[in-house]
Design a protein around this ligand. Structure first.
Ligand code: KIV
Ligand code: ZN
Length: 555
C-alpha cells in the first residue's frame, strides 16, 4: 500500500510580504527568446548509461553549434579524463567559434577549481560555473554544516575563482549556482548569492550569471515562478546579473518551470535536447524553443532539420526519442482518427485555397514542414480508426485522385476493413492499392472494349457498343440523353441489369499535355445498393465508360 502520510510539501515559498502582488501572472506569453545554454555535454552526459566517447561528444558539440547555441557547458573537466580531454580538444583544435562561449562546471572546492582553470587555459572565452549545495536537506544530512558554514563555502569558492581568473590568461565570465535551490529557503539562497556577488563585483559591462536551479522539482511551477521573481527583486547588482534557470523535470513540469521563470524575470535557460539529464531529465530545449516559435517568437535556435537531430541524438546518447516527445517524436503530428483527419484535410485545403501565410490548421500546432517533417509520412496516418477525409486527402495529395464524397466514404470503409483485418497501419501506397483494386478500370466480368456514337437531330445520342462478358462478345445499340447514358442503356438492355446513374464527375489526372482524364461513376441498384467505379484514359469518353463498367463490375 502507498502511504501518502510519509510526504509533505517540502518546498520553501518566498516570505509573504503584506500587500505584495506578483507581476509574472499578469504576463500571458514570452516576448523574446532567452539566452540558451546547452548542458547536454555535462548534465545530459553524466546521466547516460554509457557516457559519450570523445568522438561522440565532438559530434554532439558540432550539432549544438549548428543549432545555434551560443553557450555550451562542455563538462566537468576535473571530474573525468574524457571531459578534460574533450575540453582541450575544443581549445587546442580551435573548435570554438567566435560567437560561442564554452562553460565548465566546478564544485566550490579548492583543488577542483584549480584543476578547472588548468583545463580551460587558453579558451577564447569561458564561463566558470561554480556551485555548492545550499538546501536544508544537504546542509543537515550531507554536509552537516550551518548556514554560515555553507555560505562560507560559496564565498571562499568565489574568492578563489576570482583570484585564479586574474592569474590565468583568458577571457572569463562567471556563474554561481546555489545547487538544490528549490529545497533552500529563498531568503537564504539570496543571502548566499549576494555574498558571492559581493566578491565577484559584476558590472553591467561584465555581468555575472546567477543560476537558480530546479535541482529537484519539488513544487508546482507557479511556486518556482514566485521564487524567481522574489529573488530577482532581492538580488544585489541586479543590472549586472544575468538571472538563469536550470529546471529538472521530477514532477514532469520542467517546461512550465522554465516558461514561468522567464515570465518572472529569468533571462537565461540551461537545458538539454530532448529533455535528457539526471533522473527525469533537464528541461527540453526543443519544446521550449518550439513553444516560443509557435507563438511567433524567433527562438534563435534552428530545428529545421529535426529528423537529422533525432538521428544524431539517438546514435550518440543511445537514448530513444519517445514517439510522443513534443515536436520531435515520430507520432506528434500524426492523426489516425477520422474526425481529426477530416479537419486537418479541410484545414490544409483552406490554407492552400486562401494562400494563407499564417498557420491556423486544426489539430497541428506548427507546420511540420518547418522542422523537416512531411505531411505524407507524418500527419495523416491510416489505420482502422481513419476516415474518409484523411484517406481521400492522401489519395489526392499523392496521386491526384479526387473521388466524390460518397465514393470516399465507400473507400474509407474498405481501407479500414483491410487495416482492421491485418491489424496494422497502411502506407499511402497500400491505400492507393485498395483504391485501384476496388474501383479502377475493372474489365471483369463485363467489359465494353469499343463504342461509337451518333448524334441525333433531336439532341439524343445513339451508341453502338461492343459488350463482352461470360465468354461472349455482342454488339448492341441504344439511345440516351448523352454518351454515357446511351452506353448504360445498351448494357442494361443487353444484360437485363437495372441501375440508375446517380453520380458522374471527371477531372484531369496529370498536369502535362498528354494528361489522362479521370472519371467517377456512382450507380444505384434496385436493391438500394450503391456501387462506384473509376476510369482513366487519355480520351475522356473512354474514361467515363471505364468508370461505368467498373461500377457495374462492383455489383
Ligand atoms: O541541477 C543542478 O542543480 C545542477 C547544478 C550544477 C546547476 O546541475
Ligand atoms: Zn542539473
Amino acid at each position: 500500500m502507498m502511504d501518502a502520510t510519509k510526504y509533505s510539501v517540502g518546498y520553501y515559498p518566498p516570505p509573504v510580504e503584506p500587500g505584495h502582488v506578483y507581476e509574472w501572472p499578469q504576463k500571458d506569453h514570452i516576448e523574446q527568446a532567452p539566452a540558451w545554454c546547452s548542458v547536454d555535454l555535462r548534465d545530459g552526459n553524466q546521466s547516460l548509461i554509457v557516457p559519450m566517447s570523445l568522438e561522440e561528444k565532438l559530434e554532439f558539440y558540432d550539432m549544438l553549434v549548428k543549432i545555434g547555441f551560443k553557450e555550451i557547458e562542455v563538462g566537468f573537466p576535473a571530474a573525468s579524463e574524457t571531459e578534460y580531454e574533450f575540453l582541450r580538444t575544443l581549445i587546442d583544435g580551435n573548435r570554438i567559434p567566435q560567437d560561442v562561449t564554452v562553460q565548465v562546471l566546478t564544485q566550490c572546492r579548492d583543488h577542483i577549481i584549480r584543476k578547472t582553470f588548468e583545463a580551460v587555459k587558453g579558451a577564447p572565452r569561458a564561463i566558470i560555473h561554480f556551485y555548492n549545495s545550499t538546501s536544508v536537506a544537504q546542509r543537515e544530512q550531507v554536509f552537516k554544516k550551518s548556514k554560515e558554514e555553507i555560505k562560507k563555502i560559496a564565498v571562499d569558492g568565489a574568492k578563489l575563482v576570482k583570484q585564479l581568473s586574474e592569474e590565468y590568461e583568458g577571457n572569463f565570465l562567471f556563474e554561481y549556482s546555489p545547487e538544490s535551490f528549490t529545497g533552500t529557503e529563498p531568503e537564504y539562497a539570496v543571502e548566499v548569492c549576494n555574498a558571492v556577488l559581493d566578491v565577484m563585483q559584476p558590472t553591467p559591462d561584465r555581468p555575472m550569471i546567477i543560476n537558480l536551479p530546479v535541482t529537484v522539482e519539488m513544487s508546482m511551477p507557479h511556486i518556482y515562478a514566485n521564487q524567481i521573481e522574489w529573488c530577482s527583486k532581492h538580488l544585489k547588482y541586479r543590472d549586472s546579473v544575468i538571472l538563469s534557470t536550470h529546471p529538472h523535470n521530477d514532477r514532469g513540469c520542467g517546461v512550465a518551470d522554465a516558461e514561468l521563470a522567464v515570465l518572472a524575470g529569468a533571462q537565461r535557460i540551461e537545458c538539454c535536447l530532448f529533455g535528457n539529464g539526471e533522473r527525469t531529465g533537464n528541461v527540453d530545449a526543443i519544446t521550449l524553443a518550439m513553444n516560443m516559435y509557435s507563438h511567433g517568437v524567433d527562438p534563435h535556435l534552428d530545428f529545421s532539420n529535426m529528423p537529422a537531430i533525432c538521428e544524431v541524438y539517438e546514435r550518440v546518447t543511445r537514448m530513444h526519442v519517445y514517439e510522443r516527445t513534443p515536436y520531435a517524436g515520430a507520432l506528434v503530428f500524426a492523426a489516425f482518427s477520422g474526425s481529426h483527419q477530416d479537419a486537418i484535410a479541410k484545414g490544409m485545403t483552406w490554407r492552400k485555397e486562401k494562400q494563407l501565410h499564417q498557420w491556423t490548421c486544426p489539430y497541428i500546432p506548427i507546420d511540420p514542414h518547418d522542422i523537416g517533417r512531411t505531411y505524407d509520412a507524418d500527419v495523416i496516418r491510416i489505420n482502422s480508426q481513419s476516415g474518409k477525409g484523411g484517406i481521400g486527402f492522401l489519395l489526392q495529395q499523392n496521386y491526384g485522385y479526387n473521388p466524390p464524397p460518397k465514393m470516399r466514404e465507400d473507400l474509407g470503409y474498405r481501407v479500414k476493413d483491410v487495416s482492421d483485418h491485418e491489424h496494422r497501419e497502411l502506407s499511402v501506397k497500400e491505400v492507393l492499392g485498395v483504391f485501384e483494386n476496388s474501383y479502377l478500370n475493372h474489365t471483369q466480368p463485363l467489359n465494353v472494349p469499343d463504342a461509337h456514337f451518333i448524334q441525333n437531330s433531336d439532341g439524343s445520342i445513339t451508341a453502338n457498343v461492343v459488350v463482352t462478358g461470360g465468354g461472349s462478345t455482342v454488339k448492341c445499340t441504344a439511345t440516351g440523353n448523352g454518351r454515357l447514358d446511351a452506353v448504360a442503356t445498351a448494357i442494361e438492355q443487353q444484360t437485363g441489369m437495372h441501375f440508375t446513374l446517380v453520380h458522374y464527375s471527371e477531372h484531369a489526372l496529370d498536369s502535362d499535355t498528354n494528361s489522362r482524364a479521370c472519371s467517377y461513376v456512382g450507380l444505384k441498384w434496385a436493391s438500394g445498393e450503391e456501387t462506384w467505379g473509376c476510369g482513366t484514359h487519355t480520351d475522356i469518353i473512354v474514361a467515363g465508360i471505364k468508370a461505368l463498367v467498373s461500377a457495374i463490375n462492383n455489383k
